[in-house]
Design a protein around this ligand. Sequence first.
Ligand SMILES: *[C@@H]1O[C@H](CO)[C@@H](O)[C@H](O)[C@H]1NC(C)=O
Ligand SMILES: *[C@@H]1O[C@H](CO)[C@@H](O)[C@H](O)[C@H]1NC(C)=O
Ligand SMILES: *[C@@H]1O[C@H](CO)[C@@H](O)[C@H](O)[C@H]1NC(C)=O
Ligand SMILES: *[C@@H]1O[C@H](CO)[C@@H](O)[C@H](O)[C@H]1NC(C)=O
Ligand SMILES: *[C@@H]1O[C@H](CO)[C@@H](O)[C@H](O)[C@H]1NC(C)=O
Ligand SMILES: *[C@@H]1O[C@H](CO)[C@@H](O)[C@H](O)[C@H]1NC(C)=O
Ligand SMILES: *[C@@H]1O[C@H](CO)[C@@H](O)[C@H](O)[C@H]1NC(C)=O
Ligand SMILES: *[C@@H]1O[C@H](CO)[C@@H](O)[C@H](O)[C@H]1NC(C)=O
Ligand SMILES: *[C@@H]1O[C@H](CO)[C@@H](O)[C@H](O)[C@H]1NC(C)=O
Length: 560
Amino acid sequence: MAVSCIHIVFLLCLVPATVASPRTRRLRKSPTDIAATSPPPSDPSRPTTFFEVDRPLRPPPGSSGPCSTLLLSASFAFTFTKPPATAAYSPPACLAAAGGGASAISLAVLEWRATCQGVQYDRIFGVWLGNAELFRGSTAEPTDNGIVWSVSKDVTKYAALLAAGNSTLAVFVENLVNDDLTGVYYANVTLHLYFHGGGSPATRPPPAVGPADLIVPMSRGLPLNDGLWYKIQNASDVQSTSATLPSNTYRAVLEVFVSFHGDDEFWYTHTPADGDANGPFREVTVRVDGDLAGAAWPFPVIFTGGINPLLWRPITGIGSFNLPTYDVELTPLLGKLLDGKPHAFGLAVTNAMDVWYVDANLHLWLDSNSTSTAAGLVSYVAPELVTNTTSSRTTASRTISATGWVSSSYGNITTNATQAFAFENDNAGDNTINQTTVANAGVSATDLAAGVLYYSVQTTQRFPLRFDSEANGVTVTHGVEETTVAAGQWSSVGPRYRSLRTTQRSVVEGGGSSWGIGQTYRYEASDGCYFRNVTSSGYNIVSDQSSEVCEKGVPAGDGR
Ligand SMILES: *[C@@H]1O[C@H](CO)[C@@H](O)[C@H](O)[C@H]1NC(C)=O
Ligand SMILES: *[C@@H]1O[C@H](CO)[C@@H](O)[C@H](O)[C@H]1NC(C)=O
Ligand SMILES: *[C@@H]1O[C@H](CO)[C@@H](O)[C@H](O)[C@H]1NC(C)=O
Ligand SMILES: *[C@@H]1O[C@H](CO)[C@@H](O)[C@H](O)[C@H]1NC(C)=O
Ligand SMILES: *[C@@H]1O[C@H](CO)[C@@H](O)[C@H](O)[C@H]1NC(C)=O
Ligand SMILES: *[C@@H]1O[C@H](CO)[C@@H](O)[C@H](O)[C@H]1NC(C)=O
Ligand SMILES: *[C@@H]1O[C@H](CO)[C@@H](O)[C@H](O)[C@H]1NC(C)=O
Ligand SMILES: *[C@@H]1O[C@H](CO)[C@@H](O)[C@H](O)[C@H]1NC(C)=O
Ligand SMILES: *[C@@H]1O[C@H](CO)[C@@H](O)[C@H](O)[C@H]1NC(C)=O
């Protein structure tokens, strides 16, 4: 990523080399070397398509559209320390024709499509609308014949921003071009909107579980010469945004964007035995007025130049083209936040080394029938992080639980939010790392007096990572196992059950003379399924099966 580039290019060249992390150099091969030594694609006359395995996005039945609008088209050459590319945004005319409001949108898809040719590092980039981050990705590393990749991200949850009126779309690709690094990125950002059919209220999302009414960005705002993310350089660095909540807020969720670069790009490889006191455990913590409100234990995204770039060609690493985000439920804490005064929303990274790019969006649901809601905190329990570090094994665990009520025109609803995390990393210094992150979260919203469950969402996530390196090769296996179960009156229209299991295994052998990737992806939900099994050898796809047929055994749902 750009920051490692800064280290490799700038620090190695301009600053004493001791400043550059040896770790960074060990786990990255320079794109110049890769370009010089790796075999060319089988058809060098055409650009190679790189892709991340993901499910296709389907609008709910009865939707109209898409209505597609090119929001921005730009090139990114020497952008380092320069302002982001920007474009004026106004809601597309088709949105006005469909009723104008955010609730007319049944599915919004942001499509990123980019090309690059030559020699270049993978670069981090972000897309912000009205200073709120919508999408973060890593670029693909180019080849001499050129590459192309595209990503479609579901951005329906930002419907309020898309419909809100005129604002600025900003795209920052942190790139650096010189005699050796010649790759210029060309990118198009397109918005595809689908609308609810017939405007039937039955198809409109119920309160609190549909897209938020207001999204408050927690980022560095425009104008600036950089990305809008905050840069967290060490464990004591807390980046805060001050915000005053509307007095009629009845639900609040903070969505965290995070990526890791420079000395911490490969945080999971750090060991105390290596003389690295920070060890391999990292988490993003969310603080409200200084108190721990929740956490995000990140999926170890490996960018397209990570470890050995060949590991990710042409099937890129899980989450690398479309980085995952993490939600923290803040509703139980509204009792502290509805006083009409500004409050500090802080982001920090436990054990951080230089540098983490973090920002967040505060999603707020507003009671349109009243000018003010009332709220109170019932209980809050957040014991200290538990860690245990030996020379070859690091474990960590944490639970955070809060309960609070919010009284609005929907009733007096008590929300209970719990997060429970576990982490283990085995690294005996024998060139094998075995790491597992578990993140479980539950939210339930109940009217205790009326005995009504409005919604509950229980999510379990497991992120296994295994890394074996040998003198002449490396194998990386990682995956996502995620299950979400929803219940309650307001959950009746969304999928009640969703499960994703994906595993990717990438192997480089013979010092880079051959490589291969295999990935299976199985998504099963009460509103649809997707299965794919794809394998590659070198730049060629060897086998590729996919299906959208649900097999027996998927819990039945109401559909949507
Ligand atoms: C962006 O869109 C323009 C206009 O349609 C097209 O000429 C160009 O090739 C596109 N660029 C990319 C990277 O897709
Ligand atoms: C929003 O932008 C459009 C296109 O530039 C312009 O026609 C319109 O007057 C603007 N609306 C407002 C409220 O500024
Ligand atoms: C941590 O980072 C902050 C922000 O860059 C800096 O002000 C502070 O001096 C750093 N602290 C340590 C202990 O390095
Ligand atoms: C830490 O882990 C080691 C090795 O697994 C174990 O022997 C020790 O009891 C643990 N210490 C604590 C305080 O849990
Ligand atoms: C909000 O007000 C509208 C119009 O008065 C009414 O139809 C609706 O039931 C109210 N909703 C709630 C949740 O009170
Ligand atoms: C809402 O319910 C909680 C507990 O169930 C209660 O303590 C609180 O006073 C209620 N609030 C209102 C405004 O009725
Ligand atoms: C909140 O949910 C957790 C996990 O489901 C449960 O253990 C706890 O008792 C609940 N707390 C309250 C106050 O309802
Ligand atoms: C990795 O660690 C997990 C959890 O301890 C364990 O279940 C698994 O067997 C280990 N895998 C390998 C390949 O060592
Ligand atoms: C995926 O495809 C490979 C190659 O055809 C095959 O060996 C493997 O069994 C398949 N895996 C699954 C889960 O279908």
